[in-house]
Design a protein around this ligand. Sequence first.
Ligand code: ATP
Ligand code: MN
Ligand code: MN
Length: 309
Amino acid sequence: TNEDPMPQADNEVRVAGIRISNPDRRIYERPAVTKREVAEHYEALGPRMLPFLRDRPVSLVRCPDGAAGECFFQKHRTRGMPSAIRTVKVETKSGPEDYITLPDVPALVGAAQMGALEFHIWGSRNRRLKRPDRMVFDLDPDEGLDFARVREAAAELRVRLDDLGLPAVPMLSGGKGVHVIVPLKPAAEWESVKFFTRALSTLLAEEAPDRYTAAMAKAGRKGRIFIDWLRNDRGSTAVAPYSLRARPGATVATPITWDELARARSAGDWTIRSIRERLEGPCPLSEARPVTLGRTVIGRLERLVTQSK
Ligand code: ATP
Ligand code: MN
Ligand code: MN
């Protein structure tokens, strides 16, 4: 009626208090998913996502023409973005820059309003950008490689990390691979985490060169899994837990248990629809206790590397 205190155009809805324009616009074809449903995904998953996402620099993947259209990474705040989207000062080669950071659910939904589908996070927090609080091994299978090979690689990496005193949690990327994540206490600096992940990835690749490579060059990947340790650097990102992916099927990056990984069929097992049922159980990643990457752990790895020579 005319007395409505908050008049809304017919083509507008509010999600988490954020105005969503063109809520019925189709973002994914199969399953058919609207912009409103994307916003509602982040409203519903936000509380579970924010412990991993908040207080970090974040890159958005915006897809103005939907998941199948052209998408672009964006790390700077631009004018016209909802005020819920905040910034953090990051020292870069070209001076201090304002990077996007998302403190709460309205910020997440505000990004979705701007056409963001994916959220990618730094490995360190705003207040301690020098000291990462997570280590990530991003397992990238060569085209056409069976997912069983990825499962096996993740399980092998898990054992190696466990032996070194670093418990890890797997996350289905929602794309092709699995991320093996070690929550850290923010003690060691980037150089140490980079050194450690490169050394362990290289060791695995040297032991089983038919299965793994630790080198980025596409040429060396034929029939193998690239253990991408390059996520572990200042300014690098990895997809955030519970982020949607701009890929067919409206898949979701999903932390799972090792038991679940053993039964997983693909990296895209969980979707914008099915993910809701996981809200009834705990998040395997938030249950993991962070550990320190200290001299002892690094020393153990150095001895393994020496023995293998
Ligand atoms: P998949 O399982 O299919 O490999 P993924 O998310 O691991 O999915 P990758 O291509 O391996 O995709 O990329 C790993 C991470 O590197 C991404 O999650 C993203 O954060 C970052 N990344 C990849 N490409 C870019 C890019 N063009 N710009 C910025 N960051 C990128
Ligand atoms: Mn990957
Ligand atoms: Mn990668």
